[in-house]
Design a protein around this ligand. Structure first.
Ligand code: ZN
Length: 408
């Protein structure tokens, strides 16, 4: 931005009180993005880095503080004399609500603009085959609890994001197909207001694996990694492809569906209508059935599987090794196809790291020799919070992009 841009801003705004001109909009977003990247800066630093005048930065910062998006912080820089400079940073009392619906649980969490998760709660409940209204109603009650706690702590929720394990149409707020919970063409947009009432940016819907891949990019390994395949292990298996630090969604928004990559053309039928998909070998249900663990919901059975693995149960070890082998087959093909050389494992693949990664590594090395270095097989840093953090984080980025929508 230049001084002439600043002049253009004043010209744009003159005579249109209450409206924010295009250049000022760009500059507001620029300030938000700089602070998101840097953490905290003085107004002088912001001016130097953006090329805007100090007066302009002060004016933009004042507007963003009024909207509750920025706060002043003391900057105590090493090696400088005198009192610490007064800096500004994204306001940690500004936040988004992340929500997740999965096969055997629902989850919520409040993510502040600095990336810290608060009031994370998981409720185990069986969602497969239940009417969507019932599931959304129980999600609403869990969301209300988180919102109440956030409000009590002085936090303001600006947006909501919901992650579901299926194909979604974000523009129309619909879940198109989520076979593992039995949803087909469910209009979640009808629930958007109820789930996060009063949020200026409303509620948006996302694919669970994609948001988890993005959460890893923003808050986990992605800080050191620009290109990778994220594989999310739940009852189903999802995937997210990160290329040049961006999610590659494909024309229909559903790229990365590694769970339905065929690993055995003569294999069993799959919920997607195909046969022999990875999910039928490495999804939670497949592993549990193979290991002979039954009784209770999936969460409880996964706990029982871990106990069996700890005690070197042969069936449990064989089931996980088989899953790791097939996961390696699908991953090797996918990495080759996309020219990627790193993978981040999430969900139950992360929980079962000790047992599954050796078989996975052996399989990838066999099917794509020398493609994946030892240190490029990573396990998610975010564990079970990934989808919630990604859904909330996506919405925070919407606010960073258009902060002026909060101006009254
Ligand atoms: Zn399938």
């Amino acid at each position: 931005m230049t001084i002439s841009a600043d002049v253009a801003r004043r010209a744009t705004n003159r005579g249109t009180p209450g409206r924010v001109g295009d250049v000022r909009r760009q500059n507001l977003a620029l300030i938000m993005h700089r602070l998101d990247a840097a953490g905290q800066m003085t107004r002088a630093q912001l001016a130097a880095e953006t090329g805007l005048t100090k007066a302009s930065v002060s004016s933009l910062v004042a507007d963003l503080m009024s909207a509750g998006l920025l706060s002043e912080v003391g900057l105590n820089r090493v090696g400088e004399r005198g009192r610490p400079g007064l800096g500004v940073a994204l306001n940690t009392e500004a936040a988004a609500l992340g929500m997740e619906i999965n096969v055997d649980y629902i989850a919520v969490g409040v993510l502040d603009f600095a990336g810290e998760l608060h009031f994370h709660a998981v409720r185990e409940q069986h969602n497969a085959g239940r009417p969507p209204e019932e599931v959304l109603s129980s999600l609403q009650s869990l969301a209300d609890e988180a919102l109440e706690q956030a409000g009590g702590s002085g936090m303001k929720i600006h947006a909501g994001g919901l992650a579901v394990p299926g194909l979604v149409d974000p523009a129309n707020g619909r879940v198109l197909r989520a076979p593992n919970i039995g949803w087909r063409d469910v209009n979640v947009a009808l629930w958007a207001e109820a789930l996060v009432s009063g949020a200026s940016f409303g509620t948006a819907i996302f694919n669970e694996a994609n948001t988890s891949a993005l959460a890893e990019l923003w808050y986990g390994h992605g800080r050191d990694l620009d290109n990778y395949l994220y594989v999310s292990g739940e009852v189903g298996i999802g995937g997210g492809v990160i290329i040049d630090s961006e999610l590659f969604e494909g024309p229909g928004g559903n790229a990365g569906e590694i769970g339905h990559v065929v690993v055995d053309p003569d294999g069993p039928d799959c919920s997607c209508g195909g046969v022999g998909c990875l999910e039928r070998y490495a999804g939670q249900e497949a592993i549990l059935a193979q290991a002979g663990v039954d009784g209770g919901n999936t969460v409880e059975r996964m706990g029982a599987l871990r106990v069996s693995l700890e005690s070197q149960d042969a069936a449990a070890l064989a089931a996980v090794e088989r899953a790791g082998h097939h996961l390696g087959v699908a991953t090797a093909s996918t990495l080759r196809m996309l020219n990627l050389d790193a993978v981040v494992l999430g969900g139950h693949f992360a929980q079962l790291e000790r047992w599954i990664v050796p078989a996975f590594r052996g399989s990838v090395n066999r099917h794509a020799p020398a493609l994946l270095a030892e240190d490029r097989i990573l396990v998610s840093k975010l564990g079970p919070t990934a989808a919630v953090m990604g859904a909330a984080g996506s919405r925070i980025r919407s606010v960073l992009q258009k902060p002026y929508e909060l101006f009254s």
